[in-house]
Design a protein around this ligand. Structure first.
Ligand SMILES: C[S@@+](CC[C@H](N)C(=O)[O-])C[C@H]1O[C@@H](n2cnc3c(N)ncnc32)[C@H](O)[C@@H]1O
Length: 289
């Protein structure tokens, strides 16, 4: 994502990156209490310039040691803030056009076929942003009874609701992972687009998929999520830190299959600037009593 300041994003120029990391490492030594606070997922902090330097040093050191995930909560804090709402609202139409140009013709037919076979009646989108995709699927799927989005940014949730073109759509503010377990169930399509699951670590994604597989049968998982260009799917790591934001490239197919879902459709889509994974998978296990 460009044009926005992500909390873990290193500077573009090599000299600035080196300066931030070295300076950040010194600051970490000088301010151990602040480092402890930055690493504590229970704390919501207002980040200042020095914090950004320290965050970059912490991430770089953790990745050098092969440890990742120490700062996943920082992604969540960023997405809940006013900066994220501002640039998502400015970017929403462009992001939707990107879906129409590159992905819609590929994923819509296999997903609609899978939905028809399972008579899905509910749609659940985690992280809908400005909500254009909810309007798209509502137009295409007249038999859906409800389309719900759960957005962790309250300002974006309100915006998406104000833009909805169909009364079956409802977007609420909250943690989509938790709300999926409340709002989703049998007959649901669990959808994400444009980079949402990339902000969760491997165990969190696995847990989400396992819940869908075990507790929401029959249902579908469907996603269009970014991948790192060098991620070797099927044989490389299940997840690897990726891109300027230091989010994750996940091997979604393997994670879905490990969780007990069965693949219906997969396509790797190189759009020029970005590699994407398009995936549809179905549950096979009856829900546990
Ligand atoms: C890269 S944006 C994608 C937005 C939208 N899907 C699109 O493509 O335009 C990531 C979105 O995920 C949301 N998000 C991140 N973590 C979330 C969570 N735990 N629950 C719900 N939404 C979340 C963010 O607020 C943000 O709107």
């Amino acid at each position: 994502m460009s044009g926005a300041r992500f909390p873990l994003q290193p500077a573009a120029q090599a000299w600035k990156r080196a300066l931030h990391q070295a300076g950040g490492a010194v600051l970490c030594v000088l301010h151990p209490a602040r480092v402890k606070a930055l690493r504590d997922p229970r704390q919501t902090l207002t980040l200042g310039k020095l914090d950004y330097w320290m965050l970059r040093a912490i991430v770089a050191a953790a990745e050098r040691r092969g440890e990742v995930g120490a700062l996943d909560h920082i992604h969540q804090q960023f997405w809940q803030g006013a900066d994220a709402a501002r640039f998502q609202i400015a970017d929403g139409a462009k992001r939707y056009q990107r879906f129409l140009d590159h992905h819609a013709a590929l994923i819509t037919p296999p997903l609609q076929a899978a939905m028809a076979a399972r008579q899905c009646q509910q749609w659940f989108e985690i992280g809908p942003g400005t909500g254009e995709l909810l309007n798209y699927w509502a137009r295409l799927c007249p038999t859906l009874q409800s389309l719900r989005g759960v957005e962790c940014n309250a300002e974006l949730a309100a915006w998406a609701n104000s833009q909805r073109q169909d009364e079956r759509i409802d977007v609420r503010a909250g943690d989509g992972l938790a709300e999926a377990r409340v709002l989703g169930g049998a007959g649901t399509v669990f959808w994400s687009y444009g980079g949402v699951l990339e902000y969760f670590g491997t165990a969190v994604v696995e847990d989400y998929f396992r819940w869908i597989a075990n507790q929401a049968h029959p249902s579908l998982l469907a996603l269009v999520e970014p991948l790192s260009a060098d991620h070797r799917l099927g044989e490389g790591p299940l997840s690897q830190p990726y891109g300027a934001e230091r989010s994750y490239s996940h091997d979604y197919r393997r994670l879905a299959e490990q969780a007990g879902l069965r693949l219906c459709y997969q396509h790797t889509n190189n759009t020029g600037q970005q590699r994407w994974l398009l995936l549809v998978a179905e549950t096979t296990t009856p829900a546990r009593e």
